[in-house]
Ligand binder design. Structure first.
Ligand code: GDP
Length: 720
């Protein structure tokens, strides 16, 4: 199509690729590893006609598992593309990959944000597992409505009743069971649809023929009572249904679907379906449920933050006439350039138009927009709010927001926390240097909490992030995705230096060495900021009457800031300081920008050392889940790690322990907790806040840093 400049109104009418937003579903599929997410996704692509063959590479669940990348190579398709579109019952479903291996990273959070709904896949034997809990928690955080699919009913020991119990007890979900299994393990044949009251079987080589039959005679009673249970549960959410049931009238099918849809979207309950992806049973019914019950982009409220107005929340609308707002949520490197996956939140994206990157404030031309299918891609002239597409050859980082001229919104707050832990990494073989740097630069482009730097003293490459696991995940990805062996040093905690009391300063910088001299003079107060104040540093100018010429005020601020990166106590970054500039003096000839910068730098150092500085350490929020028998020893161990146990709760046979523990004492916890609990405990950990270290420990840290510098001993021991 020819693009006529300025002819936007015309172009709006002929966007051939667009279907109504109400017919669109953006869905993620999440699961604990090995529950069958890949198998299920492949079946979905197959039934929706996007791939033409199901390959039999795996051995029915109990055989060896194959790595996803291997799997994809073998099958020659992209199952885990960042977004793949399929059609089902004249609806469009964008299936968005939710990376399972990376907990606690921005990448996962971002992929959850662009979803409108999700399928939580559970193994019919193992039920709710640790990863299911993590994923469910993240989904609750982002209000993502979900449907549960109990998979692997063909396996020995499959017990959907028990899995549902787990969903209710461990995930605290209210479930609505829509199906009953027809036979379990080797006898698993199909499912009973409790809404239609029919038995459903899946015939043909790949289960592609869905056959509805009468319910087998020996299951009629069970099915009737399960249906009554389902309707009773639904009637709690709908008075009309309640009335119909009291009158014992037949309940219209549409009405049931409608109530389930409303309850799912408002997260009042979670529908449960079941089957066996591997044996091709139940998948088409899951697709029906996805389009019926999960929200369209119109059903979700979305907000952007206005960068021109202190990040005020702005509700977004799908109206194509409004300015474009789109979030780049995933980047993929391809041979011909970068593929940037975007979710459009508002307005319309048009091929050939320019949009502003709200982070860099620079415009970029979107010269090619494509929709990704399993193994082909389709060029698009435009794409509208709600949709997920990829833009080819754009230079940006993931998390960037693009807007039409005139608005300056961001979908992600620019307040990114500083990393709390760092470690030295290097490629084991020098030949791998290039691949190694490529991997690091890609990860730091994708994840703003992942930093790469060079240690000025040792020349080592340092990576830093939000926790040990966060960095482990990236080291593992360098090994797996880039095939580079890396040597990893001991993790080091990022402490902070912070003042503990106010001090006044009055400092003169004066140098007269022949020629022109240097003169600057400042005085004021250094004050501690409140604990965990958002900004690490603040500057206030209270100078009146031009005692310091106004052009030198920014020089003073700059001089103060130049010290923040490396504190005088032990070389850690400084936080929690407010510098108030009250007075000073200048010299008509000898004062300069540089003189005031140097003066401020030295004044800061002197004042900071006088402010009784303390070291702050990162405190992690830790939650451990273990069988009750181990509760005592796990709590004892957390206390020995200087942890504060904030609460414990018993859920059935399990104890949930919440604690706040210094990061310095949590290195290697994954291994330790496993051996303490015979492998039965699982835990999650995330950064919470910075807190003052006890004095004795502060002295130990300072001493260790001093010794490390003089080469006499290693830095603080990583292990407890
Ligand atoms: P993922 O790690 O969640 O993506 O799980 P996969 O799809 O890779 O499956 C893990 C293993 O379980 C593989 O060996 C699959 O063949 C097997 N599997 C998947 N679905 C089923 C199922 O419904 N029944 C049985 N018996 N095995 C299954």
């Amino acid at each position: 199509m020819a693009v006529i400049p300025g002819a936007k109104a015309l172009r709006d009418t002929d966007s051939m690729n667009a279907s109504p937003i109400s017919k669109l579903r953006n869905v993620g599929i999440s699961a604990h590893i090995d529950s069958g997410k890949t198998t299920l996704t492949e079946r979905i692509l197959f039934y929706a006609g996007r791939i033409h063959k199901i390959s039999e590479v795996k051995g029915g669940g109990d055989g060896a598992t194959m790595d996803h990348m291997e799997l994809e190579k073998e099958r020659g398709i992209t199952i885990t593309s960042a977004a793949t579109q399929v059609q089902w019952n004249d609806m469009d479903i964008n299936i968005i990959d939710t990376p399972g291996h990376v907990d606690f990273t921005v990448e996962v959070e971002r992929s959850l944000r662009v979803l409108d709904g999700a399928i939580l896949v559970l193994c019919g034997v193992a039920g709710v597992q640790s990863q299911s809990i993590t994923v469910d928690r993240q989904m609750k955080r982002y209000n993502v409505p979900r449907i549960c699919f109990i998979n692997k009913l063909d396996r020995g020991g499959a017990d959907p009743v028990n899995v549902i119990k787990g969903l209710e007890e461990k995930l605290d979900l209210t479930t609505i069971q829509l199906q009953l299994p027809i036979g379990l393990s080797n006898d698993h044949m199909g499912v009973i649809d409790l809404i239609k009251m029919k038995a459903v079987y899946f015939d043909g080589d790949n289960g592609e023929k869905v056959r509805y039959e009468d319910i087998p005679a020996d299951m009629v009673d069970d099915a009737k009572s399960a249906r009554t249970g389902m309707l009773d549960a639904l009637s709690l959410y709908d008075d009309e249904l309640l009335a119909i049931m009291l009158e014992e009238k037949p309940v219209p099918e549409d009405m049931i679907h409608d109530i389930i849809r409303r309850g799912t979207i408002s997260a009042q309950f979670t529908p449960v379906l079941m089957g066996s992806a591997y044996r091709n049973r139940g998948v088409q019914l899951l697709l029906d449920a996805m389009v019926r019950y999960l929200p369209s982009p119109l059903d979700r409220e979305m907000f952007a933050l206005d960068l021109d107005n202190e990040e005020a929340e702005i509700p977004l609308t799908s109206n194509p006439e409004t300015p474009l707002v789109a979030l780049a949520f995933k980047l993929v490197d391809e041979s011909f350039g970068q593929l940037t996956f975007m979710r459009i939140y508002q307005g319309k994206m048009i091929r050939g138009d320019r949009y502003n990157n709200s982070r860099t404030r620079k415009p970029a031309r979107f010269s090619r927009i494509v929709r990704m299918h399993a193994n082909d891609r389709e060029d698009m002239d435009s794409a509208s709010a709600g949709d997920i597409v990829a833009v080819v050859g754009l230079d940006c980082i993931s998390g960037d927001t693009f807007c039409s001229e005139g608005v300056n919104y961001t979908m992600e707050s620019m307040h990114i926390m500083d990393p709390v832990i760092s470690l030295a990494v290097s490629p084991t073989k020098t030949a791998d240097r290039d691949k190694f740097s490529k991997a690091l630069s890609r990860f730091s482009r994708e994840d703003p909490t992942f930093h790469v730097a060079t240690d000025a003293e040792t020349g080592d490459t340092l990576i830093s992030g939000m926790g040990e696991l966060h960095l482990d995940v990236y080291c593992e990805r360098i090994r797996r995705e880039y095939k580079v062996d890396v040597t990893v040093g001991q993790p080091k905690v990022s402490y902070r230096e912070s003042p503990s009391k106010s001090v006044e300063y009055n400092y003169k910088h004066k140098k007269q060495t022949g020629g022109s001299g240097q003169f600057a003079h400042i005085s004021g107060t250094l004050e501690p900021l409140p604990e965990n104040h958002e900004e690490p540093y603040e500057f206030e100018n209270k100078v009146f009457g031009g005692r310091i010429p106004s052009e030198y005020i920014p020089s003073v601020d700059k001089g103060f800031q130049s010290v923040l990166g490396k504190g005088p106590v032990a070389g850690f970054p400084i936080t929690g300081v407010k510098m108030i500039l009250e007075d000073g003096s200048s010299h008509a000839v000898d004062s300069s920008d540089m003189a005031f910068q140097i003066c401020a730098r030295d004044a800061f150092k002197e004042a900071f050392l006088a402010s009784k500085p303390v070291l702050l350490e990162p405190i992690m929020k830790v939650q451990v889940e273990c069988p009750i028998d181990f509760q005592g020893s796990i709590i004892g161990d957390l206390s020995a790690r200087r942890g504060l146990v904030m609460g414990t709760e018993n859920r059935g046979p399990l104890a949930i322990i919440d604690a706040e523990v210094p990061l310095a004492k949590m290195f290697g916890y994954a291994t330790d907790v496993r051996s303490m609990s015979q492998g039965k405990a699982t835990f999650t950990m995330e950064f919470m806040k910075y807190k003052r270290t006890p004095t004795s420990i502060q002295l130990e840290i300072i001493e260790a840093v001093r010794l490390a510098k003089t080469g006499k001993a290693a830095p603080p021991p990583a292990k407890k």
